[in-house]
Write a protein that binds this ligand. Structure first.
Ligand code: GRF
Length: 212
């Protein structure tokens, strides 16, 4: 997946606070992450992620299917936007909306997502935010963690790039577990992005091999 040494241009998609987006920006500023943030796309103009983009001189675009008559029209605009900004890699960072199939197909193995649990457990429909951590606690799992994976047509099921664990403690509630996982997310996403952007991983079927 090497790109001849050019720095990859990333679009970050976020629906909420964007603390993962911020952690990526911080790692870039620290010289650990070698990508360009071409733009931030959010389905919500009120998302704090948009403010983070502005504060860091990254174009923020509010784009939602609600602005269009059809999902197809939304999809076309989204694809055009990614072309306009010459985007190589898409980073989902708390993006809560469905991606158009044509986007997934055009950017195959070029879309990354971070999930706050160890997939394939505690993923899929309804598994977002506090629900994930509550499900981990309700199940009685002893570890949870972070999964960074490529995005394909099946929700939360694309090839895994990185997984790291945290313990589940006896006195955890969804909030304390979420906080422990989020801290690990912030130290994890940039590593996966750097490995993919640097061409340090290759894909064999479902397996992502290489150094992350
Ligand atoms: C994170 O927990 C991430 O794993 C999930 O959405 C959350 C986004 O949080 N996909 P933030 O907006 O980056 O703070």
């Amino acid at each position: 997946m090497g790109n001849g040494g050019a720095v990859l241009r990333c679009a970050v998609f976020a629906s909420g606070g964007g603390s993962n987006f911020q952690a990526l920006i911080d790692r870039k500023n620290a010289g650990d992450l070698h990508v360009e943030f071409a733009l931030l796309i959010s389905n919500s103009s009120k998302a704090y992620a948009c403010e983070r983009a502005r504060q860091n001189g990254i174009p923020a675009v509010h784009l939602s299917e609600k602005q269009f008559e059809t999902f197809e029209a939304f999809s076309t605009r989204l694809m055009d936007l990614l072309d306009e900004y010459k985007v190589d890699l898409i980073i989902l960072a708390g993006y809560m909306k469905k991606l158009p199939c044509e986007l997934i197909s055009k950017y195959r193995m070029k879309i990354l997502n971070i999930h706050p649990a160890l997939l394939p457990a505690f993923g899929g429909k309804g598994m977002y935010g506090k629900n994930v951590h509550q499900a981990v606690l309700d199940y009685g799992a002893k570890v949870s963690g972070v999964t960074v994976h490529f995005v394909d047509e099946e929700y939360d099921q694309g090839p895994v790039i990185l997984q790291r664990t945290v313990p589940v403690l006896d006195n955890d509630d969804a909030e304390t577990l979420a906080a422990r996982v989020l801290t690990l997310e912030h130290d994890s996403y940039w590593r996966a992005v750097e490995a993919v952007a640097g061409g340090n991983v290759h894909i064999e079927g479902r397996r992502v091999a290489g150094e992350v």
